[in-house]
Design a protein around this ligand. Sequence first.
Ligand SMILES: Cc1ncc(COP(=O)(O)O)c(C=O)c1O
Length: 442
Amino acid sequence: MNVAPKEILDLNRFDATRTDGFPPELAERVARRQSSFGASSVLFYEQPIEMVRASGAYMYDVNGRRYLDVYNNVPSVGHCHPRVVEAIARQVGQLNIHTRYLNRVVEDYAEKLLATFPSPLGNLVMTCTGSESNDLAMRIARIGTGGEGFIVTEAAYHGNTALVTEISPSSLRRREPALFVEVIPAPTAHDDMSVEDSFAASVEQAIAKLRARGLALAGMIVDTIFSSDGIYADPPGFLKTAVDIVHRAGGLFIADEVQPGFGRSGGGLWGFRRHGITPDIVTMGKPMGNGFPMGGVVTRPDLLKMFCEETGYFNTFGGNPVAAAAGRAVLEVIEEEGLIEASRSVGTGFRQALEALRMAHPQIGEVRGAGLFIGLDFIDPEQVAPDSALTTHVINEMKQNGILIGAAGKFGATLKIRPPLCFSSDDAAVFVATLDTILEAR
Ligand SMILES: Cc1ncc(COP(=O)(O)O)c(C=O)c1O
């Protein structure tokens, strides 16, 4: 059966042409939104929700209805965590400037963050978003290697700048990525090969194809938990051979930690740690400030020096003291509340319960993941094909039952289970019971 791929922003997207039966107030709110934001406006759900506040793993809508958040990884240590809120408020009342003055809050944060990386990753550039981080990483890789070409996975999303959109196949609606990009499948075992071997073979082929077009390799960039591809975490270590191949071909390995970073995978602070590899460049974003906009690039001093000899880099808001205060509070909360261990233990129990649910429902395909990042495939058991219609149904039904969840994967048929790290085993039990009821009723 042929199933059409889906663009990442289309997953669980509200369709503005279908407002029949909306309460008048909601219809009016949606119309106002559309009229200001036009074609770029993307809202979630068949009936969008107006949110007003949040705390921990819960969000509250305009009517005071509570939702369990199993979707949002930005407020990673918990929505509106008081420690982070207090750190931001204190610093914004004291000083907020760019990085061209010495400031202890900024320098302390850089040292604290860099201490979490293996040698030789010794320098940090602070940005405001994951997109800016990946854009800079690509430019560093090109200057550092003299190569042009990049390898990415087929449903990857790495951000929204002109350059980064080219390495985000899941964003391209009407065309293939640019010629400097080679796209490889998500890491799965096939043709009698292990995940590690088949991924490595794809990388070899991609390098050969770039060479055939006269392009040297600048690097391979992957999200180390392959979020938009559908969450592929296992077996730990499968990236190693591919990374060795990239290095032998003269390229760099860029680990995009925008999704798995800051403890989500439960195997340390960084997703790449599970693979026993040391990237040349690491990019960060979303959970870094728990909602305060901040991103970063960590790399080797020699690479950054080569880049800075070619071109300057200044980011007005990147690395401002308020961002640094937020970032520092996030690192402290992760440590003090044991959130990496919590991610591992709550995530393991959650995955086991979802596995048990799979036994009862043939519409559930694979359950994959690490820590509190789990992917659950929905399939049409008769056609043995991805079932994005069921995924959309489940997402909307979960919302009706007070649970927020999203989708991922090339076909939009993978439930993307990615709650804040303060999510508890009780929350997981509520999720599993609700999913069970929805599938039972289908
Ligand atoms: C893996 C990955 N990298 C980069 C980005 C871009 O981050 P931002 O939206 O902060 O620019 C995203 C955003 O979803 C992402 O998922």
